[in-house]
Write a protein that binds this ligand. Structure first.
Ligand code: PHE
Length: 434
């Protein structure tokens, strides 16, 4: 793609725009680029990845889809100050740089590649694959275009990371669907990191990874919805068989998503219990309209969480391990292979309790996040041990379990973290410590 792209560059423009260059970011195609407004027109500045020299400048109109999609959001995410109203802590912002699904030999990368390969084999040369779309999206992309109602919990400040009123860290990969449809794409598969404010335990983390796909059918096929549903289900059943490398027992249950109807969930029988693997369905007309898909066409979409799948397939017991830099974790995996994780000795855990009277400002997710932002990945779990009411007041007692995946924590270190948590919870959430 990049050679075609670069051949249309007007090099005379390059020098002129040098002074206006934003700090730029890499795209996965080996070219660096940044956006700039000049005389109220947008331009994209391209740089060679190795030499960091300009290779060209393009007008927005001429830009390939890849750049258009990533324009404003990436510049914002990489160059701007976080607005004061944002609820994104620096620890979460840091995570946007990691892109675990792009790291060779990482379990998430292994699965992503296997899924892409399966889809390509089933539908040769039909799908476009994207794995580096910007994590910051508009509320229109993430919610409005997908018919997510105004009072839906996923829109709340307590559940979602807002950059400002109109931009969020994507809560799901489906957020890119209507943009890609408007750009004329009719079959695509997207992989990326998604963000949700959440509780802390072995299987929940505020950042995780999803694969989403869309396939649109032309008028002839679209007349028969059953045919599209059959295609969706057979695609996903084959995908599950490829991933689990065996004939698993699979069942379909009804699902509910704002953007699809009918909706389904696929479950697989794994070690004697049913595991929910993914959500899918036919895209609603309202979504297709937002994507400017013509009236006679219909299509399916699905989305699956990579961590949950990887935890099962690789036998990974704790979601924090995916973020580990420990060689004992990383060197166990090889691209193209699904192998069982061999646990190495766990470092000891310890716990501390914290009890306080709630305030108006208190929200559980804000508390979890505050704990996480202070303790980082040394916190394994936070659980509500006890709740009681007296004189119209409510008291909560939480147990915070500390354990590092990479080293032994000292007592002093944990005490210091706990003190800091007490201090910050009292200050920021205005609770009364007991
Ligand atoms: N976006 C949904 C989620 O995050 C998954 C999904 C994608 C469901 C596409 C249906 C169609 O849970």
């Amino acid at each position: 793609m990049s050679s075609l792209w670069l051949s249309s560059i007007q090099s005379s423009r390059v020098a002129r725009f040098e002074a206006f260059l934003f700090p730029v970011v890499w795209n996965s195609k080996g070219v660096r680029w940044g956006f700039q407004q000049w005389k109220s027109r947008s331009f994209c500045v391209l740089l060679n990845r190795k030499t960091c020299q300009h290779v060209g400048t393009l007008r927005t109109k001429q830009l390939p889809l890849y750049c258009c999609l990533s324009s404003e959001a990436v510049v914002r995410l990489n160059t701007s100050e976080l607005p004061a109203t944002s609820n994104i802590p620096p620890s979460i912002l840091e995570k946007t740089k990691e892109k675990l699904h792009l790291l060779p030999n990482h379990p998430l990368h292994i699965l992503k590649t296997l899924i892409e390969k399966s889809i390509e084999e089933m539908h040769p040369r039909e799908f476009s694959f994207y794995d580096d779309l910007p994590q910051l999206v508009s509320t229109k992309d993430c919610f409005d275009d997908l018919l997510v109602e105004l009072n839906h919990p996923s829109r709340r400040y307590t559940d979602t990371y807002y950059w400002d009123e109109k931009h969020v860290l994507r809560t799901h990969m489906t957020a890119h669907d209507t943009t890609l449809l408007r750009a004329g794409k009719r079959a695509f598969l997207l992989t990326g990191d998604v963000y949700r404010r959440d509780s802390i335990d072995k299987s929940h983390y505020p950042v995780f990874h999803q694969v989403d796909a869309v396939r649109i059918f032309d008028r002839n096929t679209s007349q028969n919805e059953d045919k599209i549903i059959a295609d969706l289900k057979s695609t996903l059943e084959k995908l599950a068989k490829n991933l689990f490398q065996s004939d698993m027992e699979i069942r379909w249950v009804d699902g509910e998503f704002p953007f699809t109807y009918p909706s389904f969930e696929m479950e697989v029988l794994w070690n004697g219990s049913w595991l929910e693997l993914l959500g899918c369905g036919l895209l609603k007309r309202g979504v297709l309209d937002a994507g400017q898909v013509d009236k006679d066409s219909k299509g399916w979409a699905f989305g699956l969480g990579l961590e949950r799948l990887a935890m099962v397939l690789f036998d990974i017991p704790d979601i924090r391990l995916f973020w580990s830099k420990d060689e004992r974790f990383l060197r166990q995996f090889r691209d193209g292979e699904i192998t069982k994780f061999k646990p190495y000795s766990k470092y000891p855990s310890c716990y501390k309790d914290i009890t306080f009277w709630l305030s108006e400002k208190f929200h559980e997710n804000a508390f979890y996040e505050l704990v996480r932002s202070i303790a980082g990945d040394t916190v394994e779990q936070v659980t509500l041990l006890d709740e009681f009411h007296r004189n119209n007041k409510t008291s909560h007692c939480y147990r915070i379990v500390y354990r590092s995946m990479d080293r032994s924590l000292t007592n002093d270190e944990v005490d210091e973290i706990q003190d800091k948590i007490r201090e910050e919870v009292a200050r920021r959430l205005q609770v009364t410590l007991r």
